[in-house]
Design a protein around this ligand. Structure first.
Ligand code: NAD
Ligand code: IPM
Ligand code: MN
Length: 366
């Protein structure tokens, strides 16, 4: 018996989580696996109810669960709160408390969605990379931090072991793919980045089969647009990884397509604990309209099945079901071609989720 903690959060979070849960329930049911889903508050909704973005007891509940599924946090209602009291602080707290230091953000172009990318078809065709973002260190968590009268400060810091463990994982992922790893830094200006580059280079000696390239973050944001196909594994410190993964979402056409898995220490032992969430945020501009794209959430559920439940086959079938729905021309507004070459049908979040579920049912009953 497994238990999954759901943290739908704010804005479109609950809207897309609902669709991902539908898929998970079907798969577990079909496999005869009993799973108990529990739900808790995180982010703005938790502030409104309890005065804090994440209660300690929710962290404990998460710790005791098989996996955590999160929607999104934040929104204009809470934008004027001090940084450490905001909804986002709840998300940072759960990542840090659960020691989820590795954030895997796959970026893959869908065959049927070449035309929604702002880039030309031949530039986008075949894009398939993994952004591996360090998640529990860097300027996000460094001390001292705060506002001090006439100035404010944050501290960018990386310990050697933090760089080593994420670098080892990056090289291992690269070994299972095209054996190319790009490490992103700003080592021409920042000591922390020079250190990052040095440690990544040291770790690379254990992986002679993997081709390592170091690229400055400014140039990286340029190459990502110019020739995204050249990238396989992109290893990033926390802040640069945050920024580049949204850019990568733009390259494939929508943030609504980008899933993520946040994993911790037991990465090499098969079934592992993880927190799964879309890369996107609460999307206040479309929240409550029922039009959010649930693909990022559904693919995050697929990552959950793969990493935390050892269900690689089912995870692949979910990806396939999404691909087939897209082939049928079903679209949410964010991925609807303006001048479609084939007939498309624009639907809302729930209907899109139902279409994926139907395809999956067909694929799994074969
Ligand atoms: P955002 O990712 O919420 O939205 C950026 C743009 O992408 C918007 O135009 C939005 O409509 C679009 N978009 C995002 N997800 C979509 C989806 N599933 N379907 C269709 N369109 C989608 O970023 P933002 O507007 O900068 O941030 C809004 C709030 O979310 C802020 O409070 C921010 O701190 C928070 N945030 C939370 C997370 C998270 O919980 N993991 C991530 C990023 C931002
Ligand atoms: C993300 C988000 C978060 C981050 C925020 C909401 C704390 O942007 O998951 O990409 O910066 O890590
Ligand atoms: Mn982000």
């Amino acid at each position: 018996m497994f238990n999954i903690l759901l943290l739908p959060g704010d804005g479109i979070g609950p809207e897309v989580v609902k669709e991902a849960v539908k898929i998970l329930e079907f798969v577990f049911d079909r496999k005869g696996v009993i799973v108990d889903f529990q739900e808790e508050l995180i982010g703005g909704c938790s502030i409104d109810r309890y005065g804090v973005p994440l209660r300690d007891e929710v962290v404990e509940k998460a710790r005791g669960s098989s996996a955590v599924f999160l929607g999104a946090v934040g929104g204009p209602k809470w934008d004027n709160l001090p940084v450490d009291k905001r909804p986002e602080a709840g998300l940072l707290k759960i990542r840090r408390e659960l020691k989820l230091w590795a954030n895997i953000r796959p970026i893959k172009v869908f065959k049927s969605l070449h035309h929604i990318s702002p880039l030309k078809k031949d530039v986008i065709d075949g894009v398939d990379m993994v952004i591996l973002r360090e998640l529990t260190s860097d300027v996000y968590f460094g001390e001292p931090r705060g506002e001090f009268g006439d100035h404010a400060k944050n501290t960018m810091i990386y310990y050697k072991e933090e760089v080593e463990r994420i670098a080892h994982l990056g090289f291992k992922i690269a070994l299972s793919r095209k054996k190319k790893l790009v490490s992103v830094d700003k080592s021409n200006v920042l000591e922390v980045s020079a250190f990052w580059r040095k440690v990544v280079s040291e770790v690379s000696r254990n992986y002679p089969e993997v081709e390592l390239t170091h690229i400055y973050v400014d140039a990286m944001s340029y190459y990502l647009i110019l020739n995204p196909k050249r990238f396989d594994v992109v290893l990033c410190p926390n802040l640069f990884g945050d920024i580049l993964s949204d850019e990568a979402g733009g390259i494939i056409g929508s943030l609504g397509l980008c899933p993520s898995a946040s994993l911790g220490d037991e990465l090499d032992k098969g079934k592992i604990f993880g927190l799964y969430e879309p890369v996107h945020g609460s999307a206040p501009d479309i929240a409550g309209k029922g039009i959010a794209n649930p693909i990022a959430a559904i693919l995050s559920a697929s990552l959950m099945l793969n990493y935390s439940f050892g269900m690689a086959e089912e995870a692949k079938l979910i990806e396939k079901a999404v691909e087939k729905v897209l082939e049928d021309g079903i679209r949410t507004p964010d991925i609807a071609e303006k001048k479609p070459k084939k007939k498309i049908r624009v639907v809302g979040t729930e209907e899109f989720g139902n279409c994926v579920l139907k395809k999956l049912q067909r694929l799994m009953n074969k």
